[in-house]
Structures are given as structure tokens and as C-alpha cells.
Design a protein around this ligand. Structure first.
Ligand SMILES: Cc1ncc(C[n+]2csc(CCOP(=O)(O)OP(=O)(O)O)c2C)c(N)n1
Ligand code: SF4
Ligand SMILES: [Mg+2]
Length: 338
């Protein structure tokens, strides 16, 4: 028997004064001052409202938020393994459907939101996330992207930009740029391989109304949806804590991050600059890029130029292979310095 599972339609927010005053991500956490992921959590929770269940794969938004008997979540929240946010969301969604079918749950179907880091979504959490998307569960998967495995000491992740200095990609004599690889493209990974997905979008803490409306749009869709939210991390990026929102905006102004929606095959772009600023302006403010030479910055600029010309299209860039590392004599076949 088919189950009618959606009973709510969250309205779009037109102006700042229409933003709900209620908070569902409240004070009492231990994230760093100026933490971008904490700010995006607050905005997502505001947009989603009280009828929400958050699932938190291991990462800063679990570990730094939750200590014994104290969390900032004013709605139901559950920790999941870093690998299995998508699987737990699938199980909760399926359980609600069963309860509704059996007449044991008369309330509204909840917003089920996985709040996963870049590691917990498109790297170590990829399998479960992809399976949730593929099977068509009615849940929203958010990748909050601070561009590293931050919680365990700022290790490189697949979204760390080219040239990023992390604890696993320290610049040195052999590999002066730090990280050699160009990043994975989270929304394109989801769009490209999951026929059940109808809505995918990118968002940024620099544009809170756009972010909250994308959360609401995603939650109004029946079926799996995905948001990629850019969220600077002062600790990992080695930036001043009061520059978080400014940096998020500069990422869009330079083309390092782009805002778009993909709805059943149709792209719409938001806050697309008429003229992009040079990536150097973004890079020079961040300690993680302090070692980059002019050539490295030119490489990054060339990558961004290609990307912004073909937004919404996975791009081809030359990436280093294990053979290249062998040629550099950093250890045969090590695959080091990813
Ligand atoms: C299977 C497994 N491997 C490694 C870890 C250690 N670990 C805990 S949090 C974390 C970092 C997660 O990075 P991300 O998902 O990007 O979230 P962030 O910490 O950046 O917010 C890692 C590697 C773990 N908990 N489980
Ligand atoms: S390390 Fe980064 S993501 Fe983690 S709490 Fe600090 S600022 Fe936030
Ligand atoms: Mg991360």
C-alpha cells in the first residue's frame, strides 16, 4: 500500500524579517569562535523548524557540539558512525513509513536531515550516502564543507583545494605546493549517478536567505535531496575568526565556490559574479595557502577559470598519478600526498 508521507510545505523566506526567530541549534556547544559549520547548522535548523530529526556522522558538528548530557540541538538528534549517515537516515525514513502504514504515527512526516562533513559525505561516508540517494529515501543529505577532516586535526579531504596545507599535505622540498590534487565535485557526484534524486543545490553561509530557502525547497521535495554547503573553518584555514562570512563571500566572488540549484535536470545559478575577482585575493587571506608561489596560484586560477566557464559540468583537469610521485622519489607507489 502506498503511503502518503509528506504533509508539510515550508514557505520560502523573502526578506530578513521573515526569518523565523526560533532557534533549534542553540548556545552551549564548543566549536571554535567563528566556526562556519556551526553557523550553517544554525541556519539549516532555523529553516527546517521543529519537525526535524538530525543525524550527525562523526565530525566537528558531532564531537565539538556534543559533550556528556549537553548538546545544542533543540530537536531530536542522533549520532551515526562517520561512514553510515545515509544508512541511518534510510532506516529512520523506512521506520516512519511503517508506523504510518500501521496507523501508529498520526503526526507529520518529519524532516530527516543528515548533517555530514565533507569526509562523512563524499569520502568515507560516500557509500551509505549514495545508497540512500539511489534507493530514493525521503531525506535530505547535507555535506557541510569545511574542506578538511577537521575534527581529527585538519587532514586533507577530497574537497581540500589544490595547494592546501593540511597535516597530511604539508608543503616541503619535494612537494612545495602541499596538496597536489584538485577537489572532488560533491553535487556532480550526486547528480551524475542517482536517478531518484530530483533536487541538488549548493549554498553558502555568506547568503543566509538563499541557504535557508534551499533547505526548505529540498525538504518540500518527496524523495532524496542533497545540499553542498560551503562553510569556512578558521582553525583549518588558519584565518581570523571574524573573517568567516567575508571569506565565504569571497569564495563566490572569485569562483572558488559557485551557487546553483539543479532541479530535475535544469540548472539555475544564484549570485553569479559578472566579473570574477582573482583567486589570489582569496588565497592571500588564508594561512593554509601562505606557502604558495606565483606559479601555484596560477595553477589554481587556471582550474577555477575552467570550472566557472562550465558550471554544472564535471571538468577534466590533469591530476598527478602514483607514477608522478614515484618520479618525484617520495616513496615508490605510496600514493602519498593526496
Ligand atoms: C571509521 C572512522 N574512521 C576515522 C574516524 C576518525 N574521525 C572522526 S571525526 C573525523 C573527521 C571528519 O571529517 P569531516 O567529515 O569532514 O567532518 P569535520 O570534522 O571536518 O567537521 C575522523 C577522520 C572515525 N570516527 N571513524
Ligand atoms: S575546527 Fe573548524 S569546523 Fe571544527 S569547530 Fe573549529 S572552526 Fe568549526
Ligand atoms: Mg570536514
Amino acid at each position: 500500500m502506498a503511503v502518503a508521507i509528506k504533509t508539510q510545505m515550508l514557505p520560502m523566506i523573502k526578506k530578513v524579517r521573515n526569518i523565523p526567530k526560533e532557534e533549534y541549534y542553540v548556545p552551549g556547544h564548543r566549536t571554535c569562535a567563528g566556526c562556519g559549520p556551526a553557523l550553517q547548522y544554525r541556519l539549516v535548523a532555523k529553516a527546517a523548524g521543529p519537525n526535524t530529526i538530525f543525524l550527525g556522522p562523526t565530525g566537528c558538528m558531532y564531537v565539538a557540539n556534543a559533550s556528556y548530557l549537553c548538546t545544542p540541538y533543540a530537536v531530536p538528534w542522533m549520532h551515526t558512525q562517520i561512514t553510515n549517515g545515509g544508512a541511518v537516515a534510510s532506516g529512520i525514513e523506512a521506520a516512519y513509513k511503517v508506523l504510518i502504514r500501521k496507523g501508529k504515527w498520526q503526526g507529520e512526516f518529519p524532516n530527516i536531515i543528515v548533517m555530514a562533513g565533507d569526509g562523512g559525505s563524499i569520502d568515507i561516508g560516500l557509500q551509505a550516502m549514495s545508497a540512500m540517494m539511489y534507493r530514493g529515501h525521503d531525506a535530505l543529505f547535507i555535506c557541510y564543507d569545511n574542506e578538511s577532516y577537521a575534527n581529527t586535526g585538519i587532514q586533507t579531504s577530497p574537497t581540500t583545494p589544490y595547494g592546501g596545507n593540511t597535516t597530511f599535505t604539508p608543503p616541503g622540498e619535494m612537494i612545495p605546493e602541499g596538496k597536489k590534487l584538485y577537489p572532488k565535485d560533491p553535487p556532480q557526484l550526486v547528480i551524475g549517478g542517482h536517478p531518484a534524486v530530483k533536487y541538488v543545490a549548493t549554498a553558502s553561509i555568506a547568503y543566509p536567505i538563499d541557504l535557508m530557502n534551499k533547505v526548505r525547497k529540498a525538504l518540500n521535495v518527496v524523495g532524496p535531496t542533497f545540499l553542498h554547503i560551503h562553510a569556512p573553518c578558521p582553525k583549518g584555514w588558519k584565518t581570523d575568526q571574524d573573517k568567516t562570512v567575508m571569506l565565504a563571500k569571497l569564495a563566490i566572488e572569485t569562483g572558488m565556490f559557485s551557487l546553483y540549484e539543479w532541479e530535475e535536470g535544469v540548472y539555475k545559478f544564484q549570485h553569479k559574479p559578472k566579473q570574477y575577482k582573482p583567486v589570489r585575493e582569496y588565497v592571500k587571506l588564508q594561512g593554509r595557502f601562505a606557502h604558495l608561489t606565483d606559479q601555484h596560484i596560477a595553477n589554481l586560477q587556471a582550474f577555477v577559470d575552467t570550472k566557472v566557464k562550465a558550471q554544472g559540468v564535471p571538468i577534466q583537469v590533469a591530476v598527478a598519478t602514483p607514477a608522478d610521485y614515484d618520479a618525484m622519489d617520495v616513496g615508490e607507489g605510496t600514493g602519498l600526498n593526496q
